[in-house]
Ligand binder design. Structure first.
Ligand SMILES: *[C@@H]1O[C@H](CO)[C@@H](O)[C@H](O)[C@H]1NC(C)=O
Length: 370
């Protein structure tokens, strides 16, 4: 058995010899951002106080009733964005991975919902020398604000918010991290990946390497319809007090079918359902507009998606591989594009037994390209 005294003495020795921090440390950080964005204006929008209208509006988007925005409106607001920031033991000095979660999740996705280090993105990346920052997107997680779900919590606001956070990280030592980073790898999951593509298109110099997990350029809307989104505050009033346009997956079985497949710990989906976050009706309405080519984005791109991901890939392996390869069409100017289909794995890659293989794939890529 090791003694804690020996461990701390050892690390103290390493730290003084290499002038590095003594161990991987995580802390919560809080950004304040002023955002101006051009959000979409849509026709036939639901009455924000009518749950039934909201449910059928969102269901229609997934079953072929999608309509493009009829215009745009300027949204200007200030947001508090909370994050979990983890520093590595042996730092690759200036390199940060920015982790952005998908719909109905928050930054806890990246710690594997607390199910241990096997599923913890931060731990793996920190051991490989990267600092990591997982943020709660506007309207979600531990953030104090719950803005208008349809008019404010939309893709353009998320993209501008991420742009402002990156700007602070690159330019100001008075940012909440207390230092700057000049090499930033963006790592998205699902809707967080869709936003990464949008950010890459609109602010091509923000990101030095783009990692898209749970992603392809082909979203299966039929499969997505099985979310059966319902207002979170109507379903679980003891947990949610948000306006009705903040939605969540109504049934645990639907959630498991959409997000999990093949090789995973079956005690995860119930805990996942019990801790689920929300999707706003504005996020869902604008989702199809995020599948635009990131023209002018010149940096390397990696797509990593589960073979059994019913939303964005699909069996057999060769089919999934060709879907992922075809996603390179959205990156006409990228210097480099790679994709990997992870076998025995559904949409939530980090929550499957293959998680360490996914982590290794991404960190190996970043070692070469970030
Ligand atoms: C889309 O998902 C549905 C339902 O899961 C499935 O039946 C269908 O085969 C999928 N379509 C494609 C093109 O993969």
């Amino acid at each position: 058995m090791h003694s804690p005294i020996f461990v701390s003495t050892l690390w103290a020795g390493v730290a003084s010899a290499l002038t590095l921090s003594p161990r991987s440390v995580c802390s919560t950080v809080s950004f304040t951002v002023s955002v101006t964005a051009q959000n979409g204006v849509y026709s036939g929008v639901p009455d924000p106080s009518n749950a039934e209208e909201i449910v059928s509006y969102v269901a229609a988007i997934f079953t072929g009733g999608y309509t493009s925005p009829v215009g745009s409106q300027t949204v200007s607001d200030s947001f508090t964005i909370n994050g979990l920031y983890c520093k590595p033991l042996l730092a690759k000095s200036n390199k940060l991975q920015l982790l952005v979660h998908g719909l109905t999740y928050n930054k806890d996705y990246w710690v594997g919902l607390g199910f241990g280090n096997l599923y913890n993105w931060h731990t793996f990346a920190n051991l490989h020398g990267y600092a990591t920052l997982a943020v709660d997107r506007v309207g979600h997680g531990s953030n104090p604000q719950r803005p208008d779900p349809f008019n404010v919590v939309q893709g353009p606001v998320h993209i501008e918010t991420l742009h402002q956070i990156i700007d602070q990280i690159r330019s100001s030592t008075t940012n909440p991290l207390g230092r700057t980073f000049d090499r930033i790898g963006y790592v998205g999951h699902s809707y967080g990946s869709f936003l990464g593509v949008g950010l890459a298109g609109q602010h091509p110099d923000d990101i030095d390497a783009l990692i898209l997990t749970g992603y392809s350029s082909t979203l299966n809307f039929t499969a997505a319809a099985s979310f059966n989104f319902v207002p979170a505050s109507a379903l679980l009033p003891e947990r949610f007090t948000e306006p009705l346009g903040y939605l969540t997956v109504g049934r645990e079985s639907d959630r498991e079918r959409a997000f999990y497949a093949d090789a995973y710990d079956h005690s995860l989906p119930p805990a996942d359902y019990d801790s689920q976050d929300t999707a706003s009706d504005g996020e869902v309405a604008g989702m199809p507009t995020l599948f635009q080519p990131a023209v002018g984005f010149k940096k390397p791109v990696l797509v990593v998606t589960g073979v059994n991901d019913v939303l964005l890939c699909g069996q057999p392996l060769a089919t999934c591989q060709s879907i992922l390869e075809a996603s390179s069409q959205l990156f006409p100017d990228a210097v480099h594009f790679e994709s990997t289909a992870v076998p025995f794995t559904g949409h939530d890659l980090n929550l499957h037994y293959s998680a360490p293989a996914t982590f290794e794939r991404v960190n190996f890529f970043l070692d070469h390209y970030l």
